[in-house]
Design a protein around this ligand. Sequence first.
Ligand code: HEM
Ligand code: PLO
Length: 488
Amino acid sequence: NGFVPGDRAPPSLPSLPIIGSLLSLVSDSPPHIFFQQLQKKYGDLYSLMMGSHKILIVNNHHHAKEVLIKKGKIFAGRPRTVTTDLLTRDGKGIAFADYSSTWKFHRKMVHGALCMFGEGSVSIEKIISREASSLCEMLTETQNSAVDLAPELTRAVTNVVCALCFNSSYKRGDAEFESMLQYSQGIVDTVAKDSLVDIFPWLQIFPNKDLRILRQCVSIRDKLLQKKYEEHKVDYSDNVQRDLLDALLRAKRSSENNNTSTHDVGLTEDHLLMTVGDIFGAGVETTTTVLKWSIAYLVHNPQVQRKIQEELDNKIGKDRHPQLSDRGNLPYLEATIREVLRIRPVSPLLIPHVALQDSSVGEYTVQKGTRVIINLWYLHHDEKEWKNPELFDPGRFLNEEGDGLCCPSASYLPFGAGVRVCLGKALAKMELFLFLSWILQRFTLEMPTGQPLPNLQGKFGVVLQPDKYKVIAKLRADGEKFPLMQHC
Ligand code: HEM
Ligand code: PLO
């Protein structure tokens, strides 16, 4: 009928002049749910205005893959917003940095440094196992009392990323760790939420509580990063590379020695601090959040927990600790991790992408500068793709025999895909596997009697976090006899 793909604009929400289609004015639901509701009326692809920005919402995995993979480079931009600019000193670092040679170079450097620890190699496994061991020791101490595991889970996860970034770790009650917990929550609560200031930057001239909190938290974080940087500069040696910060310092020195302009790829102190800040922040908040969701779902579904424990007992037994090399032998645990990442994705809207040139998605044209939001929440709850999407069922990721993994739908992208795919995917998977297998080999997680089960709704923000809850970690029969970790 003469129709050429990409020659018409996507359906658009009606928008008022100036305020655009400001979400909080029209809906009580958090954005990922609101966008899901709008799909019914406007279809898989629709656009809306936020202030003066045009936003395209993608609610379908074919289109999501077109944006992320097929046209990955065209849609690899990031928007600049007031809050992310505050966090990243005007778009430095990786996650909130626009597509540029600086972003590419920093991504490569981090990738190289993470590989140096060896994805799957002994040393990273040792770091995680050491933390898993001390987490289990802590659980043994608090046995049979109802505790909020969040601070100790966070400390275990933080120590892994601390070892990778700064070659350091935190003991229980460490003041710097406590302050990190606080500032990081403050940042999660206030950054990149498409709050009013991000939509209308001129609102910054008015007092704004969220912005004040963000500024305060960022300044505390910056002092911590600066301290680590100064300490590293003092003991730096060209011959040893202890961690990511050393790798970044080496790149800076070598470019200074070669007299190439550091401006080209961005190797100023600010650039290094923001990159290590991104990895530290992402390393802490994402994996911790998934562990909290996992435990919440396990206490809701004791039969799933029992099945994981049976698998652990059969395949590993009780005389040794789980290792990364066991991963292929524990499909039910792996399926459970996949199901947690499906039902409560860490990043339900990914991070917004931006079209770097005029292009198209599906049959619709998309202008340069359009912000593209992939509604991962919808992809993971699409009824056309998932049977009973709100049902927690690890079995959906198992083959018919139940002894191997399968991917029941292509509508599954917990880490994104393409040029902006998560940089910590391999690390996160290793951590989730080891922490959960160590815990469940020794303990059963239960609700304290009389307490309501954890709320599974989640609080929307730059990561989707569960509410606080308390659980009891009961040592399993034979649990006392577990070998203590031979400290490495
Ligand atoms: C980006 C998920 C853990 C570092 C992302 C994105 C998602 C994601 C959805 C956005 C992709 C996009 O915008 O298209 C997750 C999940 C994790 C996890 C589900 C845990 C289970 C980590 C860890 C690190 C990390 C442990 C640190 C080592 C990053 C970075 C980016 C990113 C640096 C930005 C990449 C870029 O913009 O080029 N992650 N992540 N993530 N993640 Fe992760
Ligand atoms: C978390 C709070 C920290 O203090 C700063 C920080 C840095 C990187 C962010 C992270 C926060 C939240 C999760 C993010 C990560 C980069 C990639 C990751 C957004 C804000 C995800 C899931 O996309």
